[in-house]
Structure formats: structure tokens, C-alpha cells
Design a protein around this ligand. Sequence first.
Ligand SMILES: *Cc1c(COP(=O)(O)O)cnc(C)c1O
Ligand SMILES: [Zn+2]
Length: 429
Amino acid sequence: MIEQRSVQVCEDCGTRIPETDSRGDCPACGGLLEIVHESSSDPSSLKELFAERRAQIGGVEQSGVWRYRELVLPTAADVDVVSHPEGNTPLMQRQRLSEWTGVDDLWIKHEGHNPTGSFKDRGMTVAITQARRTGASAVACASTGNTSASLAAYAAHAGIPALVFVPAGRVALGKIAQTIAYGARTLVVRGNFDVCLSLAVEARNALGVQLLNSVNPFRLEGQKTIVFEVVEQLDWAPPDWIALPAGNLGNTAAFGKALREARSLGLISRMPRMAAIQAAGAAPFARSFAGGFAERLHVEPETIATAIRIGAPASWNRAVRSIRETNGVVASVTDDEILEAKAVIDASGIGCEPASAASVAGVAKLRRAGTIREGESVVAVLTGHLLKDPGAVVSYHQDTEPRPAHANRPIEIDATLAEVERVLSRQSQ
Ligand SMILES: *Cc1c(COP(=O)(O)O)cnc(C)c1O
Ligand SMILES: [Zn+2]
């Protein structure tokens, strides 16, 4: 392996602390930490290494995160790694989605194909690996559901007790079911996600548990691999745009860091533009972008897309940097636009949870506005699996009045052939 060293650096004051320090924020000023890998590897040998590992059978490097270990957590030994494995998700094209968005060269990167059904697994494998390396006695997170499902699964694998804080009545059924099933101690908090996060931070300070929210810098290292994998799947020719849903802004931060590092290592020769898409009812970042990021805003969040129902995003400054460095944009889409995009994605056979559809809804909107131009290539990231939120599906197709444009209503019948024929003849008219 190539000789490497990693440190944690405070983003606000530049204080450097060892990689193995598990306190989680800057000892000098309380700022967020960033991992810096000090290495000297040339891009062509890295690309060869990544490609070789794709064909590998068994071992930690079959993971779509650990395949890029030099750029993620180079000091972790194989025995340290807690992997299910994750990543290696598909990059797909569908005529129907190109037509609906107006973008011919549209690629869908489906992170719902991860072991627990969301991209959160990419960050969690690294965070839990690091937690185990530093001897964590317990791990915790606040979550809108996917982080808790992922934390629960990886903590179970590592044999570390897990504690999760989720907002009462606001977690999609699939996610709460996973969290309970994988065995995390589940605290259902009367309050929204932002309340859960402050409580989790207090618990960290008081109880000495390691907090694995996306402010945890090791999570971001894992999430960077979404971008590495996308550009590798495109033979290292980056698209013009990468669109993703944005809630707490951890992924927006991670994507920017990945692009910056890929560019400075020479893995890619130009920067794609990032398009971060928020739900209109939880869009403090989009509103701030419209005002040149002059202010850090927070709102009382409300949206059907529970994974991005966040009013005070934690990774704000990092995400601003990502948007600025990639000449990116931040947009918002309404719940109706999200649900329509989701219905089209679902009906294409791909499927995703509501928050994920924000990226595709945002692409359609930016194309209509002319921000995404004719002929430009776009990768839209779907962050979570269709089955995460069965409630949203049933409510859209079955219970919404007036009937939405793409509703596919199930029809209850008596058990007679005549009834079947009656229904079929009505549908073919
Ligand atoms: C966590 C999550 C998001 C939001 O990502 P952030 O890093 O919080 O901006 C979007 N979609 C899904 C499905 C998620 O689980
Ligand atoms: Zn600091």
C-alpha cells in the first residue's frame, strides 16, 4: 500500500488533531473537523488500483467504499473494517426520465441499492470502522430515519451498542422498522429532527457516546465515494452536472470535497457543476443561495420528503464551499413536483423514496429554466430505496383526491371472471 498519513483539521481555526482523536469537534473553537489525507499518489496508478479491485472476489476492497481506501481512510487495516459491503451501485439511463426532465444525457445513480437501502451506508461503514478503531463503548445519532437504519445495521455488525434519536411520527415506516429490527435502542423524541440533533449532541457530551451524525468527518469520507464511483463509471469523464437532494447538507459537503480532491489529484480534468435540491417547505439553503449566501438561515421545516425535512442544516459552511467551488446552484421544488417526479421514477421501474425524487424534479426544473442547457450531461443521485416509504406510495396512488396525474389505483373486485373482464375492458378504452 502507498505510504499515507491522515489528520483532522478544524475548518474554522485550522487546529490539527490526530486522526484517532474521537471527540468529534475542534478542541480549540468547537468548529467542524475535516479529514486531510497527506499522500503522494499519481492518478493513473490510482485508477488502475481501483479498476483491479472491481474484479476482486472477497476481501474488504470488494466494497464500493473501501475500493477507494487511499482517498477514504488509508490507515485502516483490513481487520478494522466493518463492511456489509456497500456501494457499487448502478448508474442507469431511462428514456422515460430523459423525456420527462428534457435532459437527453441523463444518468441515474441509485444509492438505494446499498445494503440498508440508502447512501448513508457509505458514510456509516467508515464512521463505525473508526468508532471501533478508537474503542467506542456506544454510538449514537439523530436521524430522520435512514441514518438510524444504517447506524443500527453497522453497529450490530461491529458489536457496538447503538442509540438513536428520531422525531415522533415523522419517520417513514421502512426506516423505523429497520432501526428496530437491527437492534438499536430507539428513542422517539417529541420534536423535529433539529431537536433530535441538539439532544444527541447533549447526550454525547454527558454520556460519552460517539456521535455519528453527518457532522462526523469520517462519514463524509465514505460519502465522497458516490462521486468517485460516478466518475469512474463514466470512465473518468465527469458529467456537466451532478444533482442531489439536500437536507442536512452532509452529502452536499461530501460531494464538493470529493470533486475538489479528485480534481487536485488529477483523477478528473474539470469540475462538474453541483445542483443541490431542497424541498420548498425546508429550503433555508436554497433561499440563502438566492441571496448570495449572505445569511445563514433556518426555518420550521415541512415536507412529505421526510429525509430532507430539516430546518437548520448542520454542514452549512462546507456546503456553501461545495456550491461555490463547483459554480453550483441550489434550487427548491414543491411537494407536488417531488411526488410527480417520484411517480415517473417509480413507473420507470427504478423507484425511490420521496426525498430522492427531489433531485430529478430539480433537474426538470433547472432544464425548464435554461440553467441546465441543451446537450449538457447530468447525473441525478437517488439517495434512497422505494420501500423506505411505502406510506407515501399508498397515499399518492390510492388515497389522494383529486386523483394525481400518475396515480395507479388498485381495483378491488368480486372473485368472478366477469368482474375481471369488466375492469380490463374499461381500462383499454
Ligand atoms: C440523508 C438523506 C438525504 C439528505 O442528505 P443530507 O446529507 O442530509 O443533505 C436525502 N435523501 C435521503 C434518502 C437521505 O437519507
Ligand atoms: Zn477550531
